[in-house]
Design a protein around this ligand. Structure first.
Ligand code: SAH
Length: 354
């Protein structure tokens, strides 16, 4: 089988080239062609010797997932449905803003975590995406949008910290000056709170971290984010502080989905203020985005405003996420993609909890 070059970070490509008796600087040239120029055709890599171009064409390819859907929302948000194999498709979303262009990408086909308010979880889990499938989302978007992609957030489908073997090389490519050259502060991994993964990310490739908090007490969080039963709040907050020792930003972003009459009361806001006294953080309030058969309601704007105000009065930075692309189901928690195997979640959950 041909090597898919989208799956190789600088080190990986250098050793692939070493195996072909090629110099390391050739690997860097190819890295720039593939990621900076978006080139997939070796015959057009004009500064490579003809012999190398032919060797590459015979042994390697640049294969991104196939685009099976491409939808543009009224606000400029664009969503792609990407087929990763015969049975699975995932989604990626580009969100243009005046000062930045953010690409939201997926890390798994489906998700094992089954958070109560998330549509991805409802369809079960099928498999981890490979490095090439993760990077392929960025590679494609980079070719397709006019704006510069200045930020990448791993907030699409899946739990990135349960797929670190493939996510880490993808992150290194995002940061590599010969590839996408993004700063660590502009690459964000979002996690529901997989503590061993947080520690490993911190040690191997610290980038900005967002943690899906969603509840200030274990009783409520157990219900909304079942992973909390395995990694409860006290341990999660300690892991956040360990992460901050090496993080490129001096705060954790706590995401907090606003569910009417579930987690949006004044008591919860005051509890969140106490958490903020233990971990340097900012809160990002996300108005709940409904999806078919979801059992929750979005908190009304006035209630979200009051919630934010309590936190602000306690001296905490709070932002409320603008709901983008909701007319094309591209908003947070609405990414469904398509996962054929809906039977393996319980199996995989056992593995996670083992
Ligand atoms: N598994 C990772 C990343 C994926 S989700 C994580 O849990 O962080 C990205 C964010 O969207 C998370 O904070 C998630 O909790 C939130 N989210 C999921 N479903 C949502 C919904 N229906 N409305 C609003 N936010 C949602």
């Amino acid at each position: 089988m041909k090597a898919n070059l989208l799956g190789y970070d600088a080190r990986g490509l250098a050793s692939l080239f070493a195996g072909m008796d090629e110099k390391p600087f050739r690997a860097r040239q190819v890295l720039r062609w593939v990621h900076q120029s978006g080139e997939a055709d070796f015959s057009r890599m004009s500064d490579l010797a003809k012999g190398l171009r032919e060797k590459l064409a015979a042994a390697a390819g640049v294969d991104a997932p196939a685009i099976v859907g491409d939808t543009l929302a009224g606000d400029g948000t664009r969503k792609w449905l990407l087929k990763v194999d015969g049975a699975n498709a995932v989604e990626a979303v580009f969100i243009p803003e005046a000062s930045r262009g953010t690409l939201c990408i997926s890390s798994q086909a489906g998700c094992v975590l089954d958070c109560a308010f998330c549509s991805t979880g409802k369809q079960g889990f099928n498999r981890n995406l490979s490095t090439a499938e993760i990077v392929g989302q960025l590679w494609l978007a980079n070719r397709l949008v006019e704006e510069r992609i200045s930020n990448v957030v791993m907030m699409g489908m899946g739990e990135p910290l349960l797929n670190l073997d493939n996510v880490l090389p993808a992150l290194r490519l995002m940061l590599d000056d010969n590839a996408y050259g993004l700063s660590r502060r502009r690459v964000t991994v979002s996690t529901a709170g997989v503590i061993p993964g947080m520690d490993r990310l911190r040690d191997e490739c610290p980038v900005a971290l967002a943690v899906s908090l969603h509840a200030p007490t274990d009783a409520l969080r157990d219900r909304l984010v079942p992973l909390n039963r395995r990694y409860p709040l006290r341990e999660l907050l300690a892991a956040c502080n360990r992460y901050l020792q090496k993080a490129p930003r001096d705060f954790i972003t706590f995401e907090y989905v606003m569910l009417e009459d579930v987690n949006d009361g004044e008591a919860e806001a005051r509890e969140l203020a106490r958490i903020a006294s233990r971990v340097r953080c900012k809160y990002n309030l996300i108005p709940f985005n409904p999806f078919p058969r979801s059992e929750f309601r979005r908190s009304p704007p006035e209630r979200i405003r009051r919630f934010a105000e309590i936190l602000q009065r306690a001296g905490i930075t709070v932002t409320t996420r603008k709901t983008r692309g909701d007319d094309i189901a591209a908003a947070c928690g609405q990414l469904a993609g398509d996962v054929a195997d809906r039977t393996r979640r319980s199996l995989r959950l056992k593995e996670v909890h083992a």
